[in-house]
Design a protein around this ligand. Structure first.
Ligand SMILES: Nc1ncnc2c1ncn2[C@@H]1O[C@H](COP(=O)(O)OP(=O)(O)O)[C@@H](O)[C@H]1O
Ligand SMILES: [Mg+2]
Length: 396
């Protein structure tokens, strides 16, 4: 593993791409950061900055033809996946090609491929109006969920308990779908968890399971993660087989793949997967447990370099939790964070906090690292709740 002197395109310069950009620089990689102009923290870090809309595949391809990178990647965002796939194909780079990246962006295409390969996933139907949804719901025993095919961050995803819920849920999903594509699925009962799969030359070299902390239904949003997963030992065999099939069915390659599961009575089933690392501090959480730097790994994979992994975890049990508030205003104060937690707070006192499209403000995150994993999730969640409820915001 070296990376030294190689050219790497990193798409995105937001908060979640900052550690990726910093790691590339630390590795001595010639990091070409691509983003629209704006108040993005990654811009200041970049030695080579290219002002471009990363969701514009053709613009990214044209730029790539001038940079001639050895690799291209992102983390924690989906908006640029098609651009990455196009560049990987056209410039013959390591990584996942266009057919793969576009399937990861469309739940309809993704589920078609998963089902065709016999990968366990929720039963579904593409619906073009509320009546299609009502028909599916009435023919299905139990709750369902309606979601846009191509969105993220749980936007427009709503649980359906009653037939009356279908119409508003369809409309909400449609609003968040770029292509106007909506699907209804059976609601899978069970605990939500996830995995990061390190895929090198089409092979799953390491699978790291993690637990998820989500907001309660009807709209479940992942807000935190812990590693190791408390039932890793009994789950890993089954999950590994599912992941191998899922990766092969979508053609995910030379990347770290983020995979979401529900542990149902019939075993684990995939909610969705993608050809990049997860957000919500998953690289930090899984990397802290395995004792490896996930950002560095993903860079080496994108550059087509051989990676070295320890055979067993060499780090510590830990979990991270986002600090999320659903109000806006001027940031006045927040309680002191307990010393045991490492943390990052994205805003300064006096800054104006504005709700995002999911009607939230992500204020930062806290992470708890301990030898004994038993009460990490509980203590972390309590601290996160204590901190977010202590946030005082000034009037608009
Ligand atoms: N079929 C399902 N059964 C149970 N929960 C689901 C199902 N589909 C989605 N969810 C819940 O909604 C969340 C968001 O749905 P997801 O399909 O992952 O959309 P997004 O791309 O916005 O993340 C999931 O993390 C999960 O908590
Ligand atoms: Mg999801």
């Amino acid at each position: 593993m070296s990376g030294l002197g190689k050219r790497l395109m990193i798409l995105g310069a937001g908060r979640h791409q900052v550690p990726l950009i910093q790691t590339a620089i630390d590795l001595g990689v010639e990091a070409h950061v691509c983003s629209i102009a704006g108040d993005y923290p990654g811009l200041a870090l970049a030695t080579y900055f290219h002002e471009v809309d990363i969701s514009n595949s053709q613009a990214i391809l044209e730029l790539a033809r001038t940079i001639k990178p050895h690799g291209i990647l992102t983390t924690a965002t989906d908006v640029c996946l098609e651009s990455i796939g196009l560049v990987v194909d056209e410039m013959n780079l390591p990584g996942s090609g266009f057919a793969t990246t576009s399937s990861c962006l469309s739940k309809v295409r993704m589920k078609r491929k998963l089902v065709a390969s016999g990968v366990p996933t929720a039963q579904y139907r593409v619906i073009s109006d509320a009546n299609d949804g009502i028909e599916f719901f009435n023919n299905h025993r139990g709750d369902c969920v309606i979601k846009p095919s191509d969105s993220s961050g749980s936007r427009g995803v709503n649980k359906i308990h009653d037939v009356e819920d279908v119409k508003p849920a369809f409309e909400s999903a449609l609003k968040f779908s770029r292509r106007g594509e909506v699907l209804i699925e059976e609601w899978l009962e069970g605990e939500e968890f996830g995995a990061q799969a390190i895929v090198e030359h089409g092979e799953c070299k390491l699978l790291v399971l993690h637990s998820d902390i989500t907001t309660p239904p009807p709209r479940r949003i992942p807000v935190g993660h812990g590693c190791p997963h408390p039932n890793e030992e009994e789950l890993i065999g089954t999950v590994r087989n599912i992941v191998i099939d899922a990766i092969a069915s979508l053609g995910i390659n030379n990347t770290i793949s983020n995979i979401d599961f529900i542990l149902t009575e019939d075993g684990p089933k995939i909610i969705e997967l993608t050809c990049r690392m997860g957000g919500t501090r998953l690289p930090e959480v899984c990397g802290t447990y395995w004792g490896v730097d996930f950002y560095a790994l993903s860079i080496h994979l994108a550059l087509g370099e051989k990676i070295n992994l320890p055979p067993i975890p060499t780090g510590k049990a830990n979990a991270a939790h986002n600090l999320i508030v659903s109000r806006q205003g001027t940031f006045l104060s927040m309680d002191q964070i307990n010393d045991e937690f490492s943390h990052e707070i994205y805003f300064d006192i006096g800054e104006r906090l504005v709700l995002n499209s999911a009607q939230q403000i992500e204020m930062g995150y806290i992470q708890l690292i301990r030898e004994d994993p038993s009460s990490i999730l509980e203590d972390l969640t309590n601290e996160a709740n204590r901190l977010t409820s202590s946030v005082r915001l000034g009037e608009e």
